[in-house]
Write a protein that binds this ligand. Structure first.
Ligand SMILES: C[S@@+](CC[C@H](N)C(=O)[O-])C[C@H]1O[C@@H](n2cnc3c(N)ncnc32)[C@H](O)[C@@H]1O
Length: 255
């Protein structure tokens, strides 16, 4: 099994990630031209978790997206269904709590996390809206959702250049640095087939989340969507003016 099809059958997706696991992080750094570090920092900021809080990092893979939480005294649970990715992660960071689980049927109790986040994972999930509902279920009322995912550059010229990179340069580079270049053809195709920023925001709202907003990174190559589970008490730090600003920004870019 070299790559999953765009049907994203769970067994094919898991097998594909099992195959790329040993070199996953190195190849990521090369293909993103070093940008992943900045994207990850901004995701952690958006989650805004505090020491002692419990955070679900879904589709955590090798746990690279989970590390900043563990490093800051946050009780992070790194969940993924690729045993290959989890094994690499556990070997590298034995202190992180890695859990095998499917995003569409999470092995966690209702209302058991202060925040749920998923970085570059939702696009690979066979039923992404079901995963959004599952993250809602396991997050406490008032808790946060933060999603980082590849998206659509907003300016036509940049979009065209990026599409060229995705469809031509990226597979060629992957051929040199990855043990499974076909997986990176899947990456390019799945990014192109993925909903744009507003469509994903509508999915999140449709799954029951409130206060949905997003910001674009690198002109829209990546978008960070965030939302809040309805029913919580308002956070003391969110002054009325700030809350009104957030509502106005709802479901549109907040660069
Ligand atoms: C591109 S990796 C992202 C890993 C990590 N979050 C990061 O930022 O480096 C995508 C991960 O999604 C996982 N995945 C895809 N579908 C899943 C599902 N239904 N349940 C759990 N994990 C899933 C894959 O196994 C893979 O490890």
């Amino acid at each position: 099994m070299n790559r999953a099809s765009l049907e994203k059958r769970p067994d094919e997706v898991a097998a594909m990630f099992d195959g790329v696991a040993p070199r996953y992080d190195v190849v990521n750094d090369v293909l993103s031209l070093g940008q992943t570090h900045r994207w990850r920092r901004l995701v952690v900021q958006a989650v805004g978790a505090e020491p002692g809080q419990r955070v679900l990092d879904l589709a955590a893979g090798t746990g690279t997206s989970s590390e900043p939480y563990a490093d800051n005294g946050i009780d992070v649970v790194a969940c993924d269904f690729s045993l290959g990715m989890l094994t690499v992660g556990k070997r590298r960071r034995p202190d992180i709590n890695f859990v095998a689980g499917d995003a569409t049927n999470l092995p966690f109790a209702d209302n058991s996390f202060d925040a749920s986040t998923i970085s570059f994972g939702l696009r690979n999930v066979n039923e992404p809206r079901r995963a959004l509902e599952e993250m809602l279920r396991v997050t406490k009322p008032g808790g946060r959702l933060v999603i980082a995912e590849f998206s659509q550059p907003t300016v036509a010229l940049w979009r065209n250049l990026y599409t060229e990179y995705l469809m031509r340069a990226l597979p060629a580079i992957a051929e040199k640095v990855s043990s499974n270049p076909d997986a990176y053809v899947y990456l390019a195709e799945s990014i192109r087939a993925w909903p744009n920023q507003d469509e994903l925001a509508a999915w999140i709202t449709g799954s029951g989340w409130g206060e949905v907003a997003y910001r674009n990174l690198n002109g829209g190559i990546v978008a960070i969507h965030r939302a809040v589970k309805p029913g919580g008490t308002p956070r003391p730090s969110a002054a009325p003016a700030a809350r009104a600003r957030l509502r106005r920004r709802s479901t549109r870019a907040v660069n």
